[in-house]
Design a protein around this ligand. Structure first.
Ligand SMILES: [Zn+2]
Ligand SMILES: [Zn+2]
Length: 371
């Protein structure tokens, strides 16, 4: 198989049919069909949605080694028109993983099982959870993912064996006061006073400054058409970031009582809802070492970058959070990507794709051999 031509062919097919999270019907059908042609036992419609897995069993006991790609694209408004664009490169990830799956099926590892995982809705941050909750990935021992990197992090011919994504969460607060006439504020409880107390309290949170973390109020909506009445309701939102899971756990534990008490200080009540988020990266150093070897085997020593710390989030990290025995690895691939991920004009050099395929195949072969 000519992987250079094949990965580009698949990429162009996927690039031409971008679909948003949980709507990747054509993408999933295409990937499932190609996996079946390559000899994989395919499962589709996972979690009642678009998730796909393909399993290739050597028939010899050994590890279940997985490759995972995300399938979804993003909505952008370009010249006033909303359109779907593969601006995060998930078409490239699926193309690399499918090509690697085909190459590995042509020369399969001597033991264990290969498991290919195409997940929906990474951008919605709950696509991985939909696969986990459906029990579709319970059998994995090792799982590798790959993501294109912007040129500021890596160039064509370079890759990192570990992308340290941060944890990010969104929390909402519903603040309730008591309305009253503007002339009689003492008969009411002003929800804006309560919200202001909450903003101050949130900004006074203290966590270990050695760790990277932040919390910001990102929404404060209160008051309405009646400007001479005391508002009885405020809606708030907070963006929480932390570079490790223990710090995020601390932040998530502090926030609800702090919001409730700050509101109570002015006589209001408040309730906090954690809307959702993703855990930070936690890698198995043995797998990072194998990813490093795979990169050097394909790109040479000069292509190997140090681990990269990025504040961005990735729902890949739910796979290990929900299955602590899983050994994960996540490779960042340089491809001269400009102007940036999530930009509707995102472009990259397609010459990176076959390199990504080779790195994934090297990773699988080494992981199986070492298990
Ligand atoms: Zn993205
Ligand atoms: Zn992405």
């Amino acid at each position: 198989m000519n992987i250079v031509a094949r990965v580009e062919e698949i990429y162009h097919i996927l690039h031409a049919m971008p679909e948003v999270g949980f709507s990747e019907h054509r993408t999933a059908a295409y990937l499932a069909g190609e996996l079946a042609k390559a000899g994989y036992a395919v499962q589709t419609g996972i979690g009642g949605s678009t998730g796909v897995t393909g399993t290739l069993d050597s028939g010899v006991p050994g590890p279940v080694v997985g490759l995972r790609a995300d399938m979804d694209a993003l909505l952008h408004t370009v010249d006033g028109v909303e359109k779907c664009v593969h601006s995060c490169g998930h078409d490239a990830h699926s193309a690399m993983v499918l090509t690697a799956a085909e190459a590995l099926a042509a020369a399969p590892p001597a033991k264990g099982k290969l498991k290919i995982v195409f997940q929906p809705a990474e951008e919605k941050l709950d696509g991985a959870l939909s696969m986990i909750d459906a029990g579709a990935v319970d059998d994995l021992d090792i799982l590798a993912g790959i993501h294109l990197r912007p040129i500021q992090e890596a160039s064509l011919g370079q890759a990192t064996p570990a992308l340290y994504h941060g944890s990010s969460y969104i929390a909402l607060a519903d603040v309730k006061g008591v309305t009253a006439h503007g002339a009689r504020p003492h008969l009411g409880v002003n929800a804006i006073d309560a919200a202001a107390a909450v903003v101050g309290a949130v900004n006074a949170i203290r966590l270990n400054p050695v760790e990277a973390w932040s919390i910001k109020t990102t929404k404060l909506q209160a008051g309405g058409a009646t400007l001479n009445a005391i508002p009885d309701r405020a809606e708030m939102a907070f963006d929480l970031r932390a570079q490790n899971n223990a710090t995020m756990d601390g932040l998530l534990a502090k926030l609800p009582p702090l919001v409730e008490h700050a509101a109570a200080a002015v006589g209001a009540t408040a309730s906090v809802t954690i809307k959702g988020g993703v855990p930070a990266a936690e890698y198995n150093q043995g797998m990072v070492a194998i990813a490093r070897e795979a990169i050097v085997a394909v790109l040479g020593d000069q292509g190997l970058l140090a681990p990269i710390v990025t504040p961005g989030g990735e729902d890949f990290h739910y796979f290990v959070k929900k299955n602590p025995k899983l050994k994960p690895a996540y490779i960042g691939l340089g491809c001269d990507l400009t102007p940036g991920l999530h930009h509707p004009d995102m472009k990259f050099n397609l010459a990176a794709l076959p390199k990504g395929v080779e790195i994934l195949c090297e990773f699988v072969r080494r992981a199986v051999a070492g298990a």
